[in-house]
Design a protein around this ligand. Structure first.
Ligand code: FAD
Length: 423
């Protein structure tokens, strides 16, 4: 039976820019703004109608890791949240976990993207790209206007799932080495405090009867009268359409089961309010870069001459095999000292003009379990954006820019690259 088709179509070359950023999560927004601030014309392509990714659509509402010194873009985001009284007070790492209002974050990110004249294409997915001799010349996008092309000098993949790299045929890494199993997803859902009964009819869902049956569940305060609840959803593949679909369906069932457990077994006065529109994805696919950041680099607090970001957070590698509060490593091995992230981890090895930031970082699974926190995603985003802007101004490959000039510019733009500054 035929199992492939060849598809060709002439489409409109609708846009051109110096730098195209794919994915408008915290990494993509920081990359796009940083590049635009440094003189590049920038287009940001985001498949949803709001920016923020996990931080908004995914309902994750706390900046973990060191919140100071992550770069001017992240500082401006935090400052604007402060003016809206939409973020908690700053405390240095490890007393981090700075909570913010994830419903207001899209407004903040939109305002800053507008301020720095980033051209935004929402409801638009990067579907493919054209590659010539390692150079991505065009992104093929699919949005409300149909299939179109963007001509771009440089591309930054901030999709979390390496969508651009995979479309280009560049090498990516996924999950743990032995079987490709990714860090588990989690569903963020929300309950309201209410005394009236709202039970799921008997027989519709299996009941969770006691704590032993409860999956890993974290309850966060989410404003007066509300709670955000996070439930672990393991063993699905975020880069596989059918598996991710199954995860979304299973996660909503789990959210209801867990709410019912709290109501009926623990007697909490909660009613189910809403789920995040998308499941939270900790790990999709990581792009193979010029260097792969390894967990041992983190453990040793290794310093790199081409450092463009610093990570602080622990090895937050939830075990991918079960739905309990288990970790890949023993608990006493989770802490790491602050560590450098080299520029080479942001440059796709197989390409000439593809960079990445955020969850697409070139890192092993455990290294990413730390570097995936939003503060570090913001820092790698700013670094990738500025690196591409430098390369664009000099009309050269990203791996040929002057690293010390980039580091100086990053430092002038609020990124503290010296290790240990906050400890
Ligand atoms: C349940 C959960 C809890 C977490 N808790 C915390 C926490 O408390 N604190 C913390 O700091 N971090 C936490 N993290 C980690 C953190 O939220 C993420 O790692 C981080 O937000 C990732 O940012 P990103 O920009 O790399 O990716 P994402 O936020 O995933 O953004 C990727 C963006 O790309 C878009 N996109 C994807 N494919 C395409 C395409 N083909 N075309 C166009 N757009 C596309 C997506 O819509 C999305 O907006 C948590 C993560 C999860 C899942």
């Amino acid at each position: 039976m035929q199992n492939s088709v060849t598809y060709t179509k002439n489409i409109e070359l609708a846009y051109s820019c110096d730098i195209a950023v794919a994915g408008g999560g915290i990494a993509g927004v920081c990359a796009a703004i940083a590049a635009a601030k440094h003189g590049a014309s920038v287009i940001l392509v985001e498949r949803f109608g709001i920016p923020g990714g996990n931080a908004t659509s995914g309902g994750v509402a706390a900046f973990c890791g060191e919140n100071a010194g992550q770069g001017a873009v992240f500082d401006e985001i935090s400052a604007m949240l402060e003016t809206l009284h939409a973020i908690g007070p700053y405390t240095p790492y490890p007393k981090d976990n700075r909570k913010f209002n994830h419903e207001l974050l899209p407004f903040v990110l939109n305002s800053l993207l507008e301020k720095y004249q980033v051209r935004l294409l929402y409801h638009t997915r990067v579907a493919d790209c054209i590659v010539e001799d390692g150079q991505i010349t065009h992104l093929i996008i699919s949005g409300p206007s149909g299939m179109q092309a963007i001509g771009a000098g440089y591309v930054i993949d901030c999709t979390g799932d390496a969508c651009v790299a995979r479309a280009a045929g560049f090498r990516v890494m996924k999950g743990r080495e032995s079987d490709g199993m990714q860090l588990p997803m989690s569903e963020m859902f929300f309950v309201r405090h209410q005394t009236s009964a709202q039970c799921v009819p008997e027989g519709l869902l299996a009941r969770i009867k006691d704590q032993d049956e409860l999956p890993m569940t974290s309850i966060w305060p989410n404003g007066p009268g509300g709670n955000a609840i996070k439930v672990k959803i393991p063993k699905f593949d975020a880069t596989d359409t059918e598996s991710l679909t199954a995860a979304e369906i299973f996660a909503r069932k789990r959210a209801l089961q867990v709410t019912e457990y709290f109501k009926t077994v623990e007697g909490r006065e909660w009613m189910f309010d809403r789920c995040s529109p998308i499941i939270g994805i900790r790990e999709g696919a990581r792009i193979l870069g010029d260097c792969v950041l390894a967990v041992d680099d983190l453990r040793k607090g290794r310093q790199f001459g081409d450092a463009v970001a610093v990570g602080y957070y622990c090895l937050d590698g939830h075990s991918p095999d079960d739905d309990k509060r288990t970790y890949i490593l023993p608990k006493d091995e989770l802490a790491v000292p602050p560590y450098h992230i080299p520029l080479r981890c942001l440059i796709a090895r197989d390409g000439k003009n593809l960079m990445m930031a955020g969850r697409c970082l070139s890192a092993d699974q455990l290294a990413l379990s730390s570097a995936r926190v939003m503060t570090t995603c913001a820092m790698t985003g700013q670094a990738a954006g500025m690196a591409c802007a430098f390369a664009s101004a000099e009309k050269t490959e990203v791996r040929k820019i002057c690293v010390s000039a980039l580091q100086n510019a990053l430092t002038e733009n609020g990124a503290v690259l010296a290790i240990g500054r906050f400890n």
